[in-house]
Design a binder for this molecule. Structure first.
Ligand code: 3HC
Ligand code: NAI
Length: 705
C-alpha cells in the first residue's frame, strides 16, 4: 500500500514531504475498527515511503477524535486493538504531529499522546473521560499521561473525566504549543518546522515527569485515599490509581500490560454496562418525535411567574444560560423576596470566590421584576411556578392569555396537576406545555417536558431546545398524576412505607437504599424536601383513595406534630441546631411502633437485600406501567428520569436497565410472591408480563447502543 491510499474513514494526502492523515468518521471520529485499521496502515505507509518526512494527524469535522467507539464495548474485540495502534504511531520513525482543533477525548487523546508532537487550537477540548463510562484509559493513557504531566495532574484528569482547553493543556504540558487558524495548515506548518530543524521523534513513554519518585508516589497515595472516600461504590476509580501506580513502579511495557488487564476488568463490569447505557440513553431521551418533525420557536427572553423555591431556581437556570428574565410576583414584598432568592445564589458564588462581584451585577442586570403581568407582553416563553393549586394556576394562565404576544410559549412547572385541564381553560391550548424542573432548579439536571394533548409540535421542539440552552437533560413525559418521576416515586415510597410498618425502621431502609448507591434514602429525602408537601398531596388524594388499599399513617403522625424535616429541625431524623445530617430519633421509632400496634401488625425483620428487592420491584413495575401507558416513550426515558432527578445510581444505568440486568422473570416472580400478601398493591404490569412471556427485555423497546 503506498502512502496515498485513503480509506473511507482515514484519508491520506501527500503535502510536499508531509503525509496528512485525516480521520473522517462522523459524527465524532470515534475510533471504530475501520479507523484503527486506517490509522495503522497510514503509519506503516509513512514509515515505508522515503518521500514522507513527517506525518500530521487531524480530525475532519468538529472533533479531533471523540474516543474509542463506545458502541463496540461489550462486543467481540476486533483487531487491530487501539493500544497496538497507539504503540505503532509512537514507533513511527518519522515525527508524527497531532493537530487538535476540537474534542480529543479518551482514546482520541491517547492517539495524540502517542504522537510525538501536539498542537492545540482554541476550540480543542482534551480529556480522559473513561471514568464516566466505568472504564480507565486503555490505550496507554494511564502510562503516558503521568510520564508527560506528572501523576497528580494525570490522576485529576482521569478521576474527574473533566475536559481542559488549549491554554490549560499547554500549561499542564499536555500539548507543546497553541496555534490559531486552520488545523491542517497549522499542523503542516508545525511539521515542516520540525523537519527543517531535524527534530527527532520524541516518545511520550520516555518523558520524565515521574522522575521524582517520592513526590510522585505521595501524589498517588493522596489520590488513593481521596478516591476511597469519594468514589462511593464505583469500580473503576481505584483501578485508575492502580494503573498510575504501575506507571511509577514498572517499565513501560509492563505498565501497559497492567493497564490492559485492569481495563478488561472494567470493561467486563456491570457498571460499565450501566454507564454506557446511561450515556446513550441521555442522548436518545433528548430526541422526540417533535424535535425530528418541527423547528423550535425562537427563545430570546423568558418570564417566570412566582419567585419562591422553584421560580427563583428556574430564574437562575435561565440567567445562567445568558437570557434575560422577567419575574412576576403577587405583591412588592413577594417580589423583593423573589429577587433576594435569586441574588442569594449568586452571592453564595461570590462568597466562595467562584464569581466576581462585577459578574454577579452583570447577571442581575438581566433580571427584571414586576407585579404587573403586562411586563410579560413581549417575552417569548413564560414558566409559571406559583402555588400548586389548580384555581391559582388557572388565574395566572388567564392573565398570560390576556397579555402575552401570539406564539409565546406558556409553560407550567406543576408537579401533579392536569395540564390538559389548565390548557383547556385558555384560548390558546396549542401553546401550553409542562416544564417540570427539579429542586434546586438551577442545579438538578432533569427537565420533564410534559406534553398535553393539544400542544403544537413546535412548542414541544422549543421545550427541548430550551433544555439544551439551560444544559438540562430533557425527558418527554405524558400527562398523568405525577408524570414519569413523581408517579413512580409515589409507588416505591409506598412500598417503603409498608416495609416500615411491617418492621423495618426508616433508618434501615435509608441505609439499604444508600447501600444500593443512592446518595440518600427516601426518608432523608422526605426530610430534605419537607414532609408538608407529601402531606398536602395525601390529603388531596384521600377522597379518591381506594378504601381497600393499605394506608400507612406514620408520615401523617409526624406531620401532625409539625415535624416536616430539616426546616423544622425534626422529621424522621433530628436536626439539632440546624444540622444538615440528621440523627435517628427514638421518638419516631416509638411512633412507628405505636402505629404497627394500632394496625395490628407483628413486626418482622428485613435484610437490606429484601428491602431493595421490594423497593426496586415496585419501582420497575410502575416504570413498566408508565411505558405501557405511553407516559414515557421508552424504558430509557424512565432511566434518565431517575438518574438525573431522583439520585438513582448512574452506574446501574437506571431502574429499567437494572431490571434487565437482574432479569425480568426474576422481578416478575418477586412481584407475584409479594402479591400473596397484598394483591391490590402488587399487580404485575401488563408490559412486564408480556415481555417475560416473549422472552424479551426492556432494552428491546429502546433500540439504542
Ligand atoms: N463512540 C460512539 N459514538 C459516540 C461517541 C463515541 N466515543 N461519542 C459520541 N458519540 C455519538 C453520540 O452517541 C451521538 O450519537 P447520535 O447522534 O446518534 O445520538 C453523536 O455521537 C454526537 O454526540 P453528542 O450528542 O454527545 O455530540 P456533542 O457535540 O454534544 O459532543 C463529544 C461531542 C464531546 C465528543 C461527546 O459526544 C462525548 O463526550 N463523547 C464521549 C467521549 C468519551 O467518553 N470518550 C471516551 C470513550 S472510551 C475510550 O476512549 C476508551 C479508550 O481509553 C480505550
Ligand atoms: P413556593 O411556595 O416556594 O413559591 C410559590 C411562589 O408563587 C410564592 O413566592 C408566591 O408568592 C408566588 N405566587 C403565588 N400565587 C401567585 C400569583 N397569583 N402570581 C404570582 N406569584 C404568585 O412554591 P414552590 O415550591 O416554588 O412550588 C411552585 C410550583 O413548582 C408548584 O406548582 C410546585 O408543585 C412546583 N414544583 C415544586 C418543586 C419543589 O421541590 N418545591 C419541584 C418541582 C415542581
Amino acid at each position: 500500500m503506498n502512502s496515498g491510499a485513503s480509506t473511507a474513514v482515514v484519508k491520506r494526502e501527500q503535502r510536499g514531504d508531509i503525509l496528512l492523515v485525516s480521520i473522517d468518521n462522523p459524527p465524532v471520529n470515534a475510533l471504530g475498527v475501520a479507523v484503527r485499521s486506517g490509522l495503522l496502515a497510514a503509519i506503516e505507509a509513512a514509515d515505508a515511503d522515503p518521500a514522507v518526512a513527517a506525518v500530521v494527524l487531524v480530525g475532519a469535522g468538529r472533533a479531533f477524535i471523540g474516543g474509542a467507539d463506545i458502541r463496540e464495548f461489550g462486543k467481540p474485540p476486533m483487531a487491530p486493538a487501539l493500544p497496538d495502534v497507539c504503540n505503532r504511531i509512537e514507533a513511527c520513525g518519522k515525527p508524527v504531529v497531532a493537530a487538535i482543533h476540537g474534542p480529543a477525548l479518551g482514546g482520541g487523546l491517547e492517539v495524540a499522546l502517542a504522537a510525538h508532537y501536539r498542537l492545540a487550537l482554541p476550540a480543542a477540548r482534551m480529556g480522559l473521560p473513561e471514568v464516566q463510562l466505568g472504564l480507565l484509559p486503555g490505550a496507554g493513557g494511564t502510562q503516558r499521561t503521568p510520564r508527560l504531566i506528572g501523576a497528580q495532574a494525570a490522576l485529576d484528569l482521569m478521576l474527574s473525566g473533566r475536559h481542559v482547553d488549549a491554554a490549560e493543556a499547554l500549561a499542564l504540558g499536555l500539548v507543546d504549543r497553541v496555534g490559531d487558524g486552520d488545523p491542517v495548515e497549522q499542523g503542516l506548518a508545525y511539521a515542516r518546522e520540525l523537519v527543517a530543524a531535524g527534530a527527532p521523534v520524541r516518545l511520550t513513554r520516555d518523558a520524565a515527569a515521574l522522575a521524582d519518585r517520592e513526590a510522585q508516589g505521595a501524589a498517588i497515595e493522596a489520590a488513593r485515599l481521596d478516591t476511597a472516600k469519594k468514589s462511593r461504590g464505583l469500580f473503576s476509580p481505584a483501578k485508575i490509581v492502580d494503573a498510575v501506580q504501575g506507571a511509577l513502579d514498572l517499565p513501560f511495557a509492563e505498565g501497559l500490560a497492567l493497564e490492559r488487564k485492569l481495563f478488561l476488568e472494567c470493561l467486563d463490569s456491570p457498571q460499565r454496562a450501566g454507564l454506557v447505557h446511561a450515556f446513550f440513553a441521555e442522548r436518545e431521551a433528548a430526541k422526540s418525535p417533535e424535535t425530528q418533525s418541527s423547528r423550535p420557536r425562537a427563545i430570546d427572553s423568558v418570564g417566570v411567574v412566582g419567585g419562591g423555591t422553584m421560580g427563583a431556581g428556574i430564574a437562575v437556570a435561565v440567567l445562567d444560560a445568558g437570557l434575560p428574565v422577567t419575574m412576576i410576583e403577587r405583591d412588592e414584598a413577594s417580589l423583593a423576596r423573589g429577587r433576594a432568592n435569586v441574588e442569594k445564589v449568586y452571592a453564595g458564588l461570590v462568597a466562595k470566590q467562584r464569581m466576581t462581584a462585577d459578574a454577579k451585577d452583570a447577571v442581575m442586570a438581566r433580571w427584571h421584576g414586576s407585579t404587573s403581568y403586562d411586563a410579560l407582553a413581549e417575552v417569548d416563553l413564560v414558566i409559571e411556578a406559583v402555588f400548586e393549586d389548580m384555581d391559582v394556576k388557572k388565574a395566572v394562565f388567564a392573565e398570560l392569555d390576556r397579555v402575552c404576544k401570539p406564539g409565546a410559549v406558556l409553560a407550567t412547572n406543576t408537579s401533579y396537576l392536569d395540564i390538559d385541564e389548565l390548557a383547556a381553560a385558555i384560548s390558546r391550548p396549542q401553546d401550553v406545555i409542562g416544564l417540570h424542573f427539579f429542586s434546586p432548579a438551577n442545579i438538578m439536571k432533569l427537565l420533564e417536558i410534559v406534553v398535553p394533548a393539544k400542544v403544537a409540535p413546535d412548542v414541544v421542539a422549543t421545550a427541548f431546545e430550551l433544555a439544551k440552552k439551560l444544559r438540562k437533560t430533557p425527558v418527554r413525559a405524558g400527562v398523568c398524576d405525577g408524570f414519569i418521576g413523581n408517579r413512580i416515586l409515589a409507588v416505591y415510597r409506598q412500598a417503603a412505607d409498608y416495609m416500615m410498618e411491617d418492621g423495618a425502621s426508616p433508618y434501615q431502609i435509608d441505609k439499604a437504599v444508600r447501600g444500593f448507591g443512592y446518595p440518600i434514602g427516601p426518608y432523608q429525602m422526605s426530610d430534605l424536601a419537607g414532609g408538608d408537601i407529601g402531606w398536602a398531596t395525601r390529603k388531596r388524594r384521600a377522597a379518591t383513595r381506594d378504601p381497600r388499599a393499605r394506608y400507612v399513617q406514620i408520615a401523617d403522625r409526624l406531620c401532625e406534630r409539625g415535624w416536616f424535616g430539616q426546616k423544622t429541625g425534626r422529621g424522621y431524623y433530628l436536626y439539632p441546631d440546624g444540622a444538615r445530617a440528621g440523627t435517628p430519633d427514638p421518638e419516631v421509632e416509638a411512633i412507628v411502633a405505636a402505629e404497627r400496634e394500632r394496625a395490628g401488625i407483628a413486626p418482622r425483620s428485613f435484610t437490606d437485600e429484601e428491602i431493595m428487592r421490594r423497593y426496586m420491584a415496585a419501582m420497575v413495575n410502575e416504570g413498566a406501567n408508565v411505558v405501557h401507558q405511553k407516559i414515557a416513550l421508552r424504558p430509557l426515558d424512565v432511566d434518565v428520569t431517575f438518574v438525573h432527578g431522583y439520585g438513582f445510581p448512574r452506574y446501574r444505568g437506571g431502574p429499567m436497565k437494572y431490571a434487565d440486568m437482574v432479569g425480568l422473570p426474576k422481578i416478575l416472580a418477586d412481584i407475584r410472591a409479594f402479591a400473596q400478601e397484598d394483591p391490590l398493591f402488587w399487580k404485575p404490569s401488563p408490559l412486564l408480563v408480556e415481555l417475560v412471556e416473549r422472552g424479551a427485555d426492556f432494552a428491546s423497546l429502546n433500540k439504542i447502543g
